[in-house]
Design a protein. Sequence first.
Length: 654
Amino acid sequence: MSSFRNILIIFAMILGGINMTYAIWESPITSEMVVKKAVGLMDVVPSEKYLYWDELRVEEKGRTTIVRKSKDGQIEEILPSKYSVRSRVHEYGGQSFFVDGEKVYFINDKDQQIYLLNEEKKPRKITDSKTRRYIDLVFDHKRELIFAIGEDHKDKVENFIVCIDPKDLSKEKVALSGHDFYSSLTIDPKSEKIAFIYWDDPNMPWDGTFLELAKIQDDGSLKVEKQIAGKDDVSIFQPKFSSDGTLYFVSDKTGFWNIYRHIDGKNELLTDMQAEFGLPQWVFGMSMYDFIDSGNILCCFIKEGIFHLGLLDIKSKKLTELSLPYSYFQHIKATPNKGYFLAGSPKEPLSVIELGLKTQKIKVLKKSKDIDLDEGYISSPDMIKYSTTDSDHAYMIYYPPKNKDHKIKQAPPLIVISHGGPTAQTNNVLNLKIQYWTSRGFAVADVNYRGSTGYGRKYRNKLYNKWGIYDVDDCSNAALYLADNNKADRKKLIIKGGSAGGYTTLACLTFKDVFATGASYYGVSDLEVLAKETHKFEAHYLDKIVAPYPKNKKIYYERSPIHYTDKLSCPVIFFQGEDDKIVPPDQAELMVEALKKKKIPVSYLLYKHESHGFRRAENIKKSLEAELYFYSQVLAMNLTEKVPPISIFNMKKK
């Protein structure tokens, strides 16, 4: 942005907003509505008597609890209020409760220990370590043992497979070790063998992993028998034993994650498709398929970024897609008669779904958010493929402004969202955090830049050595494409993102002359600091997507916004969790201080008791309001509703 234009904006802010050329519409979608009675849905687990799922409740300060539905339809919370379910293995955790018969085990957030929840709903601790975390439980009924992934933080962080005797806390032992990371434990029906995935630095689990099979010894140790699949450049996902003891798994050997089975000593491809039946293992417990019976699988797959659900006949290898009103699916589980999963669409928020496999009848058991809104306020997204640098293409989900009380009279301001990961993806599920903006007159572009998941390994690997380049190009070109097509005001382009998306945001604002302002949520400003200080799971992630460190320190310097604040001349707002171990607060504070020295408008909100990703209703609400006020002041837009002002020029801690 030119210095002259920057001076005009600052004067407009100081004088109370002169040249108000665009009014931000009043909307019924308030920040309070976004968080009120909203829950995060993460896992579904069926048993003979119940269906279980967990709920992250933002109105309970981010507490996660366990809920179950009985066959007669009764739904109840079963976890006492003083407990919260969350594992912090790899810091991101994942599925943190486990069902064995009708016994429910969970990881308690406060102490990271495993508890057994009995029918009286009184938790009993079955591990007692001051330094060890757990996840990924499987049950050996033959020896009455539990196997799990353990992560010890005593001296340096170490990962391994542990064996736990639930009747005797003193008998816990390391069953297998020797690799940097383990995941995806699965045990055969006879409790004789365990299959698991491992990988070593510098690989991430979507780069290259190995699937091994181990025999369970009588003393609870594991003896590796053979390697089933995997290479340094082949990613294995979700191994699972069927009821007859056959081992199934997902591999991207063909360039797309497809389903295989290991039979007669060989690996047989069951789905030869240019579609993704797997996901990056950012968290534990993800499930993209499950067995209906010995001959059929309920499975989810992604084509061109869109999710589909299908039935796979194992013998014929025929996949039949189901016609369901959803475009996104998670955590696929199945029984002989029913399928259970999380699903959503542009018209429906993420929900717990029960599907009759014979009738195709759908029951919505729980919505992440009950939304009672006139459709006149809901923006419908368009999937757009557009050109970008190096004669390549990228993808975005575009949401036009929508408010039945207002008409678009000019090209709207645009918010470009850069997702985290960066090896992740965005989706088009109804999200009030996006509709909050579109119902106020903003357009939103949610970008799946090169490196995103859902388009095959080749597209995902395009970010190798290019983080800070291709993601920046693709987010910038998304905005310019929309401006060139009169879908966005070229002078009112905004970018925001969290975590890795926060880095892309700061890099776009620093190295490109496209955006007028932006918002960084717990974003990275110094790649070298991140390489030195981040947690074990991502300690070598940048070796692939930037360059090996410390050999290539110069590249880290050149792609770090903190070193080029002389190129940054537009206002930025920062949001940060005080307890963030993945991207510590100093990443934001370095940028804030640099901008303050240049007298560039900046705001910083630091939240206590928040880590990487905000879980508390009051902080989510404040952040939305602060963003709206900040953008309105920076872009000299008139607010038609009252929003609490924030400090524009100073650091402000919450």
